[in-house]
Design a protein around this ligand. Structure first.
Ligand SMILES: Cc1ncc(COP(=O)(O)O)c(C=O)c1O
Length: 378
């Protein structure tokens, strides 16, 4: 079986974990936490990082730290993981769902920018889908004008860069360095992994203090057990951070490997009729977290059918996100922007992603490419 993802832990991961065990620093204090926070923040072009136990928690901490008001709207794509909506809902805010931009599968920023003058909108959450940057400039402009916080989700986009022309001179900057605060996931299928884990990124001292407090039960500053708010235990352990530090030591290599995998798949599939790969827009240096494909409508096949057939060739796949607007469990908690999310619905029916783990070999990419071609011809 060629799995959809397989992490590569062949650096100092084991050595550093052993060090934690040998020294007894196994909980959420320890040098690896500090090192990971510094290394990842620096990698993303940020002043501060706050390590947390997963990406879902990172999103909630980010929204809390940015001061998102209960009852206010957080604009986000419908085409994303439920974690984005949960973060807002748990804080009493309301996800306001927009459709996708069909070329990149990222949020429709024009639609989002049109909603940002609304007085009940407090934040917008660009999610860099499958490692392709969202076109952030329209959001940055509308955010500054209407006092709407930009909260990036970079779970799938460690190392991706966006060419911003919002301030002159135009500048390529890492995803996660725009806006008030950003959230990352370090789940095992992410480019940098700690097994489970995440991080909140910011340049703002107040956001930093609020994020650290919320992650750790909002303990009182003067009297420890007089809590300042209803926080959580969202702490990451030093053991997990040890894995993360080893990963960060070769962050550039891991990102380069993802881009290489994408090059292999482009070689295999670009001339194949009926499939479309995620493009790189002129303002984007994507990292191709997963090699996503969308079947053309006239290919006569839907994603489920092709995924099932690939399984018979021992090839793992994952479907695209089902839109949040279509989730029965969310219905009472979300607002859907006018016009609904028809492009998200179509993408769900026709899109899926191929094995793209860091450990994938050239030969495996070829095997996957050949199998997909056969399945499409059947
Ligand atoms: C875009 C996005 N945001 C957030 C998350 C949540 O991260 P975690 O699984 O670490 O909670 C994921 C996870 O896959 C994701 O893809």
């Amino acid at each position: 079986m060629i799995p959809v993802n397989e992490p590569l832990l062949n650096g100092n991961e084991e050595k550093y974990v052993r060090e934690c065990v040998a020294t007894g620093w196994i909980s959420s204090e320890g040098q690896f936490i500090d090192r990971l926070e510094k290394m990842f923040a620096e990698f993303c072009g940020r002043r501060y990082g706050v390590a947390v136990c997963n990406g879902t928690a990172a999103l909630e901490v980010a929204l809390y730290a940015a001061g998102i008001r209960a009852g206010s709207r957080v604009i986000m794509p419908s085409f994303t993981i439920i974690s984005c909506a949960l973060a807002a809902i748990r804080l009493g805010a309301i996800p306001l769902l927009v459709d996708m931009e069909p070329a990149t599968w990222c949020m429709d920023v024009e639609q989002a920018a049109r909603l940002m003058p609304r007085t009940d909108v407090s934040a917008v959450m660009p999610v860099h889908i499958y490692g392709h940057p969202v076109n952030l400039d329209p959001l940055l402009a509308a955010g500054a004008k209407h006092n709407v916080a930009i909260i990036e989700d970079i779970a799938e986009a460690h190392g991706a860069e966006y060419l911003s022309e919002y301030r002159s001179p135009p500048q390529w900057k890492k995803c996660g360095s725009f806006g008030k605060v950003a959230a990352a996931s370090f789940y095992a299928n992410k480019i940098i992994t700690t097994g489970e884990g995440g991080m909140v990124l910011t340049d703002d001292d107040e956001v930093l203090a609020r994020a650290r407090s919320y992650r750790n039960l909002c303990f009182g500053k003067l009297e420890r057990f007089r809590h300042e708010d209803l926080g959580y235990n969202f702490r990451l352990s030093n053991l997990q951070a040890a894995v993360g530090v080893a990963q960060m030591e070769r962050a550039a290599e891991l990102v380069a490997k993802k881009r290489q995998i994408a090059d292999w798949y482009h070689e295999e599939l670009q001339a194949v009729a009926g499939v479309r790969l995620q493009p790189a827009m002129p303002w984007a240096h994507p990292v191709y977290w997963m090699m996503a494909v969308e079947l053309s409508r006239d290919a006569g096949k839907k994603a489920v059918e092709v995924m099932e057939a690939l399984k018979s060739y021992q090839i793992g796949t994952r479907p695209f996100f089902m839109g949040l607007h279509a989730q029965p469990v969310l219905r009472q908690y979300v607002e859907i922007a006018d016009g609904g999310c028809p492009r998200t619905e179509a993408a769900y029916e026709y899109g899926f992603y191929l094995p793209s783990g860091i450990a994938l070999t050239r030969e495996q990419a070829h095997t996957v490419g050949e199998a997909l071609k056969k399945v499409l011809r059947q």
